[in-house]
Write a protein that binds this ligand. Structure first.
Ligand code: UDP
Ligand code: MG
Length: 324
């Protein structure tokens, strides 16, 4: 029978964990009862350098529960890298992996449908939100704008799907073969290929705690997403440059004509405006290029994407094999 791992990244989630664990437990239990997954299936919590009681809680649940285990990262690496850490740890010993947030915003019952799709042969199953009513207006509209921009730039993501999905072992391995440091999973998963399916679900509000994605992190995430998939912004800058040169030629002719006709303009306002406008445009352009240079910088360093401090899953596997 197939072994399923549910990978849950957690960053300061002490408030939701006691609610999340029984919920996921129930799903695993029902799936085992229905004989869809094997009894060795596991829920793997990845503690992304939390400062609160998250890790002690994970350890506690690992001890009290056969289906729960945890991985502790040495510091906060961020959501995407925490997911990668989880996937890397489970890929060799599980047939399929579901990734889900700790806050129960995604419907845990959809996992059952995902498993059905997997058993029917799909290797990538996307969780797609049927509505975002429970997200704030701000989150909804910024997310919508982001998906539209990405689409416009030629990055085709599955709309309204986040990091709630199922990957087969083969798809996970393929994903992990992408070596880039700036990993934007949502953009890469559709590139994997394989047979895919979608499961739609209702997105709820967080059961407890606050979002770990403040505006600053959200903007960073969006900029990373765009610049790691598309060089369109650089082309845009080039076009802007051409446009400005054209305008300049026009202005030059205009100024010369004015001068020849002897109408000397005081010119202060136009001068000021062009100085500021051009200065601004130049700074933006440089920063966009800088963003790409920065990306190259982080890629060439080839630093590890995460560091594991403690791996309870590994410890369990080792203990089992020494008992045999
Ligand atoms: N998360 C993480 N590391 C971080 C930030 C978030 O592992 O640096 C986890 C967090 O614990 C949660 C998931 O990523 O399980 C999604 O975060 P959150 O629910 O705060 O984001 P939102 O749903 O508001 O976009
Ligand atoms: Mg959330």
């Amino acid at each position: 029978m197939k072994r399923l791992a549910i990978v849950v990244p957690c960053f300061n989630e002490e408030e939701v964990l006691p609610i999340t664990v029984p919920e996921l437990e129930r799903v695993i239990f029902e799936l085992i009862q229905a004989q869809k997954i094997s009894v060795d299936s596991q829920i793997v919590f990845v503690d992304d350098g939390s400062h609160d009681q998250t890790w002690p809680l994970i350890e506690h649940f690992t001890d009290s529960d056969d289906h729960v285990t945890g991985i502790k990262l040495s510091r906060n690496f961020g959501h995407q890298d925490a997911l990668i850490a989880g996937l890397t740890s489970v890929v060799s010993s599980f047939d399929a992996v579901v990734t889900i947030d700790a806050d129960l915003q995604d419907d845990v019952n959809a996992i059952k449908q995902m498993v059905d799709c997997f058993l029917a042969g799909a290797e990538v199953v996307y969780g797609v939100r049927s509505s975002r009513q429970t997200d704030t207006w701000f989150k909804r509209s910024t997310a919508e704008g982001f998906y539209k921009t990405m689409n416009f730039l030629g990055v085709h993501m599955v709309p309204d799907s986040a990091d709630f999905r199922l990957l087969s072992q083969r798809a996970t391995q393929t994903l992990l073969d992408y070596p880039e440091r700036n990993l934007f999973l949502r953009g890469i998963v559709p590139l994997l290929g394989f047979r895919s399916a979608k499961v739609s679900y209702e997105r709820h509000a967080r059961v407890a705690g606050v979002s770990k994605y403040p505006l600053k992190k959200m903007i960073r995430f969006a900029v990373d997403g765009i610049t790691s998939f598309s060089t369109a912004p650089i082309k845009l800058i080039m076009n802007l440059g051409f446009l400005i040169v054209l305008i300049c030629i026009g202005l030059l002719i205009y100024t010369l004509v004015q001068k020849i006709q002897g109408r000397v303009v005081s010119g202060w306002s136009s001068l000021m405006i062009s100085v500021w406008a051009l200065g601004g445009v130049q700074l933006i352009c440089i920063s966009v290029i800088g963003e790409y240079v920065g990306k190259i910088f982080t890629e060439v360093k080839q630093r590890p994407r995460f560091t594991i401090e403690r791996n309870l899953l590994q410890e369990q596997i080792e203990a089992k094999s020494s008992n045999k």
